[in-house]
Design a protein around this ligand. Structure first.
Ligand code: SAM
Ligand code: SF4
Length: 344
């Protein structure tokens, strides 16, 4: 079955249509249509967000991730508040207006510690703060929102309950979903997503993932390919496919025209140039890492992550050139959600 007309309402793709597109039934049309919508909605702009990965300690055991607590081969680090703010200052010097703070699920950073960071960042500049700290307590989410945090990213990774339980043994499927609802209630711009190509996930399961992500009416949707890590239980599995990941984000663009959809670094790790292709296939965000050089290579979620030997300035320049080479404009602005609930 081919999807050949652009006149249908994209968000109402049927299961059969999504499946056909995932199987590559009409890549040319899919990618062109995703690109057309993306350029129109974001006015040819690609937003740059500066990410600071401040701790690689994690209490979780996710089977896919190199930061899992029982990986003894990883050199662990925790940045002090002072070091985190120094990295934030490096982001601010470049003019970028979104700071993403990310870490493993590391409760050593107390509610107050994260509050102090949010407060210090907000005092520096009118920038958006995105938190990606994993599952935390409800009172913590509430406090950080009151402190001025704008966005929270918490990926479901898969909506297949059985696979979720298998791959995230210390996490609870329903609770993670509840956390997303609560974050939304608090007024955060909320992001979630999946890892494309997790072992054992069928195409039908992937169809359900896309429908579930769309039903959540998210402000941000982050999906990138699985990259196998040698120090995890999934070490002997194949990596996810870049083309399938491009299809996933392109279909999500059709189904969620206003959502922010990043071109992930896992694409680039698997295939040099894949991240640039993603921004011509529906993605509108790139997140360069500002994690300090001393610990940069230790944030090894998967092999190849933070492996670049270029300086941050050189990496930023390269990203900007890649974006411009596609007739798009890199932008430093906040890029708040375009969903009605967040447009003032
Ligand atoms: N600990 C927080 C959490 O899990 O929400 C945030 C940090 S976690 C390292 C950020 C993301 O890395 C996860 O949401 C997951 O999608 C991604 N990730 C982890 N292992 C991966 C792998 N092997 N391949 C691709 N993405 C991976
Ligand atoms: Fe920890 Fe996040 Fe990695 Fe899971 S994905 S092990 S929660 S850092």
């Amino acid at each position: 079955m081919k999807v050949t007309t652009s006149s249908f309402i994209s968000s109402q793709l049927t299961k059969q249509q999504i499946k056909a597109l995932l199987l590559g039934d009409n890549d040319q049309w899919l990618f062109q249509e995703a690109d057309r919508i993306c350029r129109k909605v974001f006015d040819n702009q690609v937003y740059l967000r500066g990410i600071v990965e401040f701790s690689n300690y994690c209490r979780q055991h996710c089977h896919y991730c190199g930061l899992r607590s029982n990986n003894r081969n990883l050199e662990r680090y925790r940045l002090t508040e002072k070091q985190i703010l120094a990295a934030v200052d490096n982001v601010l010097e470049t003019g970028l207006k979104t700071i993403v703070l990310q870490s493993g699920d590391d409760s050593k950073y107390s509610m107050f510690s994260i509050s102090r960071l949010i407060d210090a960042i907000k005092q520096r500049d009118d920038v958006a703060v995105t938190l990606s700290l994993g599952e935390r307590r409800y009172d913590e989410y509430q406090q950080w929102r009151q402190d001025g945090a704008d966005r929270y990213l918490l990926k479901m990774e898969t909506f297949n309950r059985q696979k979720f339980n298998e791959l995230r043994p210390k996490s609870d499927f329903d609770k993670r979903l509840e956390h997303l609802s609560y974050l939304k209630e608090l007024g955060y711009q909320v992001g979630s997503g999946i890892i494309v190509g997790l072992p054992g996930i069928t195409i039908d399961s992937l169809v359900n993932d896309l429908i579930a992500l769309t039903a959540l009416e998210l402000d941000m949707i982050a999906c990138g390919p699985f990259v196998a890590h040698s120090d995890t239980p999934l070490c002997s599995n194949n990596n996810g496919q870049v083309l399938l990941s491009h299809r996933v984000t392109a279909i999500l663009r059709l189904m969620n025209p206003l959502a922010h959809i990043p071109a992930t670094s896992s694409l680039e790790v698997l295939d040099k140039g894949a991240r640039t292709r993603a921004i011509t296939r529906g993605c509108n965000i790139v997140m360069p890492s500002f994690t300090p050089t001393e610990v940069f290579t230790n944030y090894t979620i998967y092999p190849g992550k933070n492996a670049s030997t270029l300086t941050i300035e050189q990496r930023l320049e390269a990203i900007s050139q890649q974006i411009q080479s596609q007739g798009l404009n890199p932008t430093i602005s906040r890029g708040d959600s375009k969903r009605k609930s967040h447009v003032s």
